[in-house]
Design a protein around this ligand. Structure first.
Ligand SMILES: Cc1cc2nc3c(=O)[nH]c(=O)nc-3n(C[C@H](O)[C@H](O)[C@H](O)COP(=O)(O)O)c2cc1C
Length: 190
């Protein structure tokens, strides 16, 4: 008879956080492009794909880049409770972060992000009109000299991390909350 120790919820949470760390640098990781859900001014959910730019540990933060004029910025400034949802089909893992979001428009993080922007990424921020504005043609007017000023960093302060992991025995679901330098974690019914 084999006597394997039962899995720990904490291990699933720690592993998911480590995978998010790795995803920042791994363009092939599905966890690198999660969905950010916020609450619109009308109370309805708004969701969009974003790129995970950085993960920090103390405190536990997830960092995103966006155009300061985009709808999500106004939304999260009015209602900072957001969800970041990622799914990695290869790892058979869903990761759900609940977080408080804040937008940084100046400071060292912005300076570093602006300095690191590639030419291709610069083009994403060069629109003269704000993202989502109606267009008459299909090509928006661009002013590359303004691009860096449109960049904002969205800082997600993680409130909880939930994993849903498929295993040969079926699904298992863990919930972790930042607790000092670690996590407090327990299992949930999947
Ligand atoms: C693969 C992918 C990655 C994206 N990454 C970002 C991103 O990092 N930041 C961002 O603001 N928008 C990103 N977008 C565009 C958003 O999904 C969205 O269309 C745009 O930000 C406008 O959203 P909003 O009007 O809800 O603010 C990405 C879209 C895709 C398909």
């Amino acid at each position: 008879m084999t006597d394997t120790a039962p899995p720990l919820a904490l291990d699933d949470v720690v592993r998911a956080w480590a995978l998010l760390h790795r995803a920042v640098r791994d363009r092939r990781s599905a966890l690198r492009t999660p969905v950010l859900a916020s609450v619109g001014a009308d109370g309805a959910a708004r969701a969009r794909t974003v790129v995970l730019r950085a993960i920090e540990d103390a405190p536990r933060l997830a960092l995103l880049h966006t155009d300061v004029r985009s709808a999500k910025v106004a939304e999260i400034e009015a209602a900072p409770g957001v969800t970041l949802l990622a799914h990695d089909p290869r790892a058979r893992l869903q990761v759900r972060l609940e977080a408080r979001a804040a937008v940084e428009r100046s400071g060292p993080r912005i300076d570093a992000a602006r300095a690191a922007l590639s030419e291709a990424a610069l083009a994403d921020y060069a629109g003269v009109l704000p993202p989502g504005a109606p267009l008459t043609g299909h090509r928006p007017a661009r002013d590359p000299s303004m691009a860096r000023q449109h960049l904002a960093v969205v800082i997600l302060s993680v409130q909880s991390l939930e994993t849903l992991q498929h295993t040969p025995e079926g699904w298992r679901r863990a919930l972790g909350r930042p607790d000092g330098a670690g996590w407090a974690a327990h299992w949930l019914v999947p």
